[in-house]
Design a binder for this molecule. Structure first.
Ligand SMILES: *[C@@H]1O[C@H](CO)[C@@H](O)[C@H](O)[C@H]1NC(C)=O
Ligand SMILES: *[C@@H]1O[C@H](CO)[C@@H](O)[C@H](O)[C@H]1NC(C)=O
Ligand SMILES: *[C@@H]1O[C@H](CO)[C@@H](O)[C@H](O)[C@H]1NC(C)=O
Ligand SMILES: *[C@@H]1O[C@H](CO)[C@@H](O)[C@H](O)[C@H]1NC(C)=O
Length: 195
């Protein structure tokens, strides 16, 4: 068995730290809710929601910000650009989404202490929020939670609610790729050292 030189060992440690600093986020709350919402959709004879990458991005950014900004109350629904949720426009821009594809999008935030799964689900299926869940024009979904907040973003398959990437998407794509190249580079480097 080849023994590692100290300097090689150092790089393995750096790589391990690098990988560990990007932990896999546990998505139990989101998965539970999506399953519940899709059961509801089936029960009202609507097709299940499809996960939408950009809706997820928006939900994630809103959840991050709303957690810092707002007390645990239930803010109003946001529809497209008529929003009282100050986090929404920021999220749209951070996710590199063309604002022209956001006017039919709906954002449904709820705050439930400890995010008790049954309470979170009934927040969407047994309140005024249910009319959006029971609406065939919404086909895509993104969900994210942060502490006591769960944010659901619903997208349509029409241009006015598709959450398509705009001019900034190229920049975001480059940043994303850069990150992966860095990982590949480090992995390759370590493999060479171990060889
Ligand atoms: C919101 O979007 C609609 C349709 O895209 C547009 O007609 C309206 O002027 C916009 N409202 C605001 C406040 O930007
Ligand atoms: C949105 O639509 C307006 C008018 O149709 C256009 O001028 C603008 O460039 C569009 N914005 C983006 C980001 O594509
Ligand atoms: C969601 O559920 C919580 C706890 O049951 C409740 O306090 C809150 O008002 C609900 N939110 C909405 C939008 O109905
Ligand atoms: C869902 O919507 C349909 C048509 O819009 C309506 O007939 C039905 O009663 C709704 N179901 C529930 C559970 O709200």
């Amino acid at each position: 068995m080849a023994s590692l030189k100290p300097s090689h060992f150092f790089f393995v440690v750096v790589l391990a730290i690098f990988l560990l600093s990007h932990p896999v986020h546990s998505n139990d709350e989101e998965d539970n809710l999506l399953q519940g919402l899709n059961s509801y959709r089936t029960s009202v004879n609507l097709p299940a929601f499809n996960k939408n990458k950009n809706a997820h991005c928006v939900a994630e950014k809103i959840a991050d910000d709303i957690d810092d900004d707002q007390p645990c109350t239930n803010p109003s629904i946001s529809r497209g650009n008529e929003t009282k949720l100050s986090e929404y426009p920021k999220a749209i821009s951070k996710c590199g989404i063309d604002v022209n594809t956001t006017s039919d999008v709906i954002v449904l935030p709820v705050c439930v202490p400890k995010l008790v799964p049954t309470l979170v689900l009934t927040n969407f299926t047994r309140t005024h929020y249910s009319k959006f869940i029971n609406d065939s024009s919404f086909t895509g979904i993104g969900l994210d939670s942060e502490d006591e907040w769960m944010v659901v973003v619903l997208a349509t398959n029409t241009p006015a609610g598709s959450l398509a990437n705009g001019a900034y998407s190229l920049v975001n794509a480059k940043v994303g790729l850069g990150h992966h190249y860095m990982l590949l580079f480090l992995l390759g480097f370590v493999l060479c050292l171990l060889h």
